[in-house]
Unconditional design. Sequence first.
Length: 222
Amino acid sequence: SAVIRMFHVHRRYGAKQALVDVTLDIAKNEFLYISGPSGAGKSTLLKLLYLAEPVSEGQILVDGMNLSRIPRRRIPMLRRKFGIIFQDYKLIPTRTVYENVALVLEARGKKRSLIEKKVKSVLRVVRMEDRLTAFPPSLSGGEQQRVAVARAVIGDPKIILADEPTGSLDDDSAAIIFQLLNMFHNRGATVVVATHDKALIESATGRVLHLQQGRLDRPLDI
Ligand code: ADP
Ligand code: ADP
C-alpha cells in the first residue's frame, strides 16, 4: 500500500518546468532513491511532499491526506509525518547539539523530562551522546549530519526524506549515515533519498527512479 501518491504533478517556476507530469506511488516502508543530475527536479519533488512549496498542477496524497485540501492550520500535522535531512545539515549554529534535537519536541509541547530522555536516547543511537553541549560549527560534517539525523527521527516520523544527505561527507561518514537510514528503515520508516551520486546509486538496495529535466524516466506504479 502506498504512503505517498503523486498524480500528474507539475511544478513550474515562471517559465521553468521543474517537474513535468510526475506520477508515482511510494509504498509503505519502501527505501526509494530519486536519482538524476543537478537541476533535474529532485529537491523540488521532496519539497512538494512536505508542502514547502505548492504543486502547480496535479495531486499529492500523503498517508491518505490530499495536500491541496489541507487547511493551513493542519500543515504542522502533515510535517510531523516527515523527518527531513539536507546536504548542508541546517542545524542552528548558536544552539547546542542537545538543543537542536530537543527543539522538535519542545515545539510539540512535550514534557521536559520526556524530552531529555528521548534526546539522550536518540543521540546515543547516532553516537553523539558525548557531544551534547557542543555547538554545530565545532563538529565535523559527519558529526553534524548525525545530529541532523537525530533531529529528523526524534519525532518518530513515518517518512524520512533525505536530500543529498551524504553530498558533503567523506566515504566513512557517508557510510555511517546510510547505516542509520537503514536502521530506521528496518524499524518501519519509509525512506526517500534524492541524490546525483552515481556510486551511491550503484550500491542502492531499494528501488531507484531517475529524473531528467523534471520527468521520470519510466512510467511506474499506476
Ligand atoms: P535538483 O534537486 O535535481 O538539483 P531542483 O529541484 O533543485 O533540482 O531544481 C529543478 C529545476 O528548477 C532547476 O532548473 C532549478 O534551477 C529550478 N528551480 C528550483 N527552485 C527554483 C526556484 N525557487 N526558482 C526558480 N527556479 C527554481
Ligand atoms: P539542490 O537542489 O541541488 O540541493 P538548490 O535547490 O539550492 O540545490 O538549487 C538547485 C538549483 O536551483 C540551482 O541551479 C539553483 O541556481 C536553482 N535555484 C534554487 N533556488 C532558486 C531561485 N530562487 N531562483 C532561481 N533558481 C534557483
